[in-house]
Design a protein around this ligand. Structure first.
Ligand code: BTN
Length: 329
């Protein structure tokens, strides 16, 4: 009902809509309408209400509410309808919330978004700083019909979707992908992705792609240790605030399109797009993984998305996991 009222008020624009008309259309009492208006105000919507003329929506908050995201989406698998989007003001981690939903049978395309995370998780056991209102913290659920050995391209797909989504909202910015799925602007990290899977040997039960973007985060909101290596869209946008709703919706929309293409055509188009937007290939890198540190030149991706690094004596070695540090060119 809340979503219906938002739609009705938006449709009327500056023309007031009477409480009675809304109540009649929804088959509820005027008191119920009044209560929903109060709840919307508590959520940050500015609604003008006059007893004689009715209600007008004056301002929409930049919060990741299903109705706001849905208004910008025309997706087939990822959040095809607003009920697939689950909004929270505060969670420990959107990946954790979605994981319990997935274990209870949530459908493919379910999305969890939060205004704030208290235990945002990053790759390789790190934390992800997730202050209220500063970033986009979202997780989406896929149930691809593949064995776990073939899941890597889907983690690269998340980076491509985030990269294209950000470029669509802010064409003046050109984020690039550092293998496997960090987005960098001017060499600083603006977006990180944590993909987690539940699988048996032959089949992925589900994959959760958790995407964190520093959108309106100020430098002082970031942990001290990250202040020289991280940035936000706002900082890169001449200190002008960026719509979190627009960024989140653009990423979901592009994720949907890329995932549909992946299901039809396989990993090759994803890898091609990753190459198009990457800032890794051709560079001197050190790659840290469980077996140590390896230095070389990042040459290409293999057909499964592993990073192929050329060592000192020309040998090529594929890495399917690890952390890339750029060396001198
Ligand atoms: C990284 O670069 O280390 C990955 C960061 C991933 C952060 C996102 S925010 C939404 C989702 N929920 C989490 O707890 N982590 C991911």
């Amino acid at each position: 009902m809340r979503e219906e009222i938002i739609k009705m008020l938006k449709k009327e624009g500056t023309v007031p809509l009477s409480g009675e008309a809304i109540a009649r259309k929804l088959g509820v009492s005027r008191t119920t309408v009044w209560k929903i208006m109060r709840a919307l105000e508590a959520d940050g919507y500015t609604i003008e209400g006059s007893p004689r003329r009715g209600y007008r929506m004056l301002q929409i908050p930049d919060r990741l509410f299903p109705s706001e995201l849905d208004a910008k989406l025309s997706s087939r698998i990822i959040a095809p309808v607003p009920t697939y989007i689950h909004h929270h003001h505060c969670v420990d981690s959107t990946n954790n919330v979605l994981k319990s939903m997935a274990d209870q049978g949530a459908p493919e395309g379910t999305v969890v978004v939060a205004e704030k995370q208290e235990k945002g998780r990053g790759r390789l056991g790190r934390n992800w700083s997730s202050p209220a209102g500063g970033g986009v913290y979202l997780s989406l659920l896929l149930r691809p019909p593949i064995p776990p050995q073939h899941a890597s391209p889907l983690t690269l797909l998340a980076a491509v979707a985030a990269c294209i989504g950000i470029r669509a909202v802010l064409p003046q910015l050109s984020p690039g992908i550092k293998w496997p799925n960090d987005l960098l602007l001017g060499g600083r990290k603006v977006c990180g992705i944590l993909c987690e899977i539940k699988a048996e040997m032959d089949l992925v039960h589900y994959l959760i792609a958790g995407i964190g973007i520093n959108v309106n985060t100020g430098l002082k909101d970031l942990p001290h240790t990250l202040q020289s290596s991280a940035t936000s869209l706002k900082l890169e946008n001449g200190d002008r605030a960026v719509s979190r709703v627009a960024v989140a919706a653009a990423i979901l929309q592009h994720y949907d399109e890329l995932y549909c293409e992946y299901l039809e055509a396989g990993a090759a188009p994803v890898l091609a797009r990753w190459r198009e937007y990457n800032v890794t290939l051709g560079r001197s890198v050190k790659i840290q993984n469980q077996s140590g540190l390896y230095a070389g030149i990042a040459r290409d991706l293999d057909s499964n998305g592993a990073l192929v690094v050329e060592g000192d004596s020309g040998e090529l070695r594929p890495f399917s996991a690890g952390e890339v540090v750029f060396g001198t060119q």
